[in-house]
Ligand binder design. Structure first.
Ligand SMILES: *Cc1c(COP(=O)(O)O)cnc(C)c1O
Length: 380
């Protein structure tokens, strides 16, 4: 059988990882400023996480959600404490898109409405419901063009208020910081108005913190810079450091009904043990504070480099907008400088490193990036 040919982008096989480095099948070391797409939160193969996986795998990997799973309760308790959402309820799933699907469903159950507001350049995942609220012409689904979703420009307060005033909106879904959209930050004012107006008109405010959450922004959740509390928060990517997992944090005002949501694999024992170990590392190594500190250092030192038009971001979620298309630059970073980064749009290099990135590793990246910029010739 052949693979369905939608991947890969680079002809490289990564076989090992440690901290902020990965190694290919020839033993070449790469600095990982991409975190395997914002997934590696506490560093590759962190010993605490590896140990938790090994121990749980030899005891019990999975049993059905029809019985009590104390690991889920332990994870909920830990996540509540570290995130500041102790009073919220947790529903565990397997991926980001699935978390958003469940968030949207809950919003419609709760309000009895079905119209959703999402934003230009948004990315919320690739399953049917998630694609519906994703504003990307490359991944639309013709089955879902049902007129339920209105896209508005991010940070356009007047447009948002005007839509909510119609009274038929079920949910507003916003990324904590837009990732795929090119590291675009919803302003604090915009989030505060969204919070007030959702309350006034009975809409559910959903914050998709799948990429921006779990410490990446320098706060546990990116929206916490604004002081608002959403009704629902979705998480995935970094929550189990590469083990597939997602979660929905749900305000206490939602009353669950037996059987309302469900999943076979969501919240399985192995995933929960991994996610608990990840939070242990967050606490022991002060990773949220580290992301804030190293992120600020990178932002300061990236501004004004040759060919750099604008640098945006918070913590270790950084977009470097170039004056020219950045595709070659990303490839040359990998091939010549042995640095993995992400990309966004045509002109943006996206940094999403593990949150344990050290000052020395940040400097190493800056040295290699500068070296490349000095020899990169702008292409119109
Ligand atoms: C990655 C991502 C998703 C989708 O997560 P999957 O695990 O790929 O389904 C949704 N929203 C945001 C903001 C993301 O970055």
């Amino acid at each position: 059988m052949k693979l369905f040919d939608v991947y890969p982008l680079f002809d490289i096989e990564i076989t090992e990882g440690k901290g902020c480095h990965v190694y290919d099948d020839h033993g070449t070391e790469y600095l990982d400023l991409y975190g395997g797409h914002a997934v590696i939160s506490v560093g590759h193969c962190h010993p605490v996480v590896v140990k938790a996986i090994n121990e749980q795998a030899s005891r019990l990997m999975f049993y059905s959600n029809s019985v009590i799973n104390p690991l889920q309760e332990r994870l909920a308790e830990k996540l509540g404490k570290i995130s500041g959402y102790d009073d919220y309820q947790l529903f565990l799933v397997n991926s980001g898109a699935e978390a958003n699907e469940n968030a949207l469903k809950l919003a419609s159950f709760h309000t009895g409405k079905s119209r959703v507001i999402a934003f230009g350049k948004a990315f919320h995942g690739r399953t049917s419901g998630a694609v519906e609220v994703t504003d990307n012409p490359k991944i639309v689904s013709p089955f879902n063009d049902n007129g339920h979703v209105t896209f508005l420009p991010l940070n356009d307060i007047d447009a948002l208020v005007k839509e909510l005033e119609k009274g038929d909106v079920c949910a507003v879904i916003i990324e904590g910081i837009q990732g795929v959209g090119g590291i675009r930050i919803p302003s604090d004012d915009f989030l505060r108005v969204a919070r007030e107006e959702c309350d006034r008109y009975g809409a559910v405010l959903i914050l998709d913190e799948i990429q921006s959450g779990y410490g990446r922004s320098g706060r546990f959740f990116a929206h916490q810079y604004s002081g608002i509390r959403p009704d629902i928060i979705t998480v995935a990517k970094g929550i189990a450091n590469g083990f597939p997992m997602g979660g929905v944090l749900i305000s206490p005002k939602f009353t669950p009904a037996y059987g309302q949501l469900g999943t076979t694999f969501g919240g399985n024992h192995l995933a929960c043990a991994t996610a608990i170990a990840v939070l242990d590392v967050f606490e022991n190594e002060n990773l949220v504070e580290n992301a804030a500190k190293i992120g600020e250092y990178l932002l300061d030192n990236l501004r004004g480099l040759p060919g750099v038009k604008e640098v945006r971001g918070r913590g270790l979620m950084i977009g470097i907008e170039m004056e020219y298309p950045a595709k070659d630059l990303r490839t040359r970073l990998i091939k010549e400088e042995k640095v993995f980064t992400g990309a966004a749009g045509t002109n943006i290099i996206r940094l999403l490193p593990p949150l344990c990135l050290t000052m020395e590793e940040a400097d190493e990246f800056l040295t290699r990036f500068k070296r490349l910029l000095e020899t990169e010739s702008p292409k119109a």
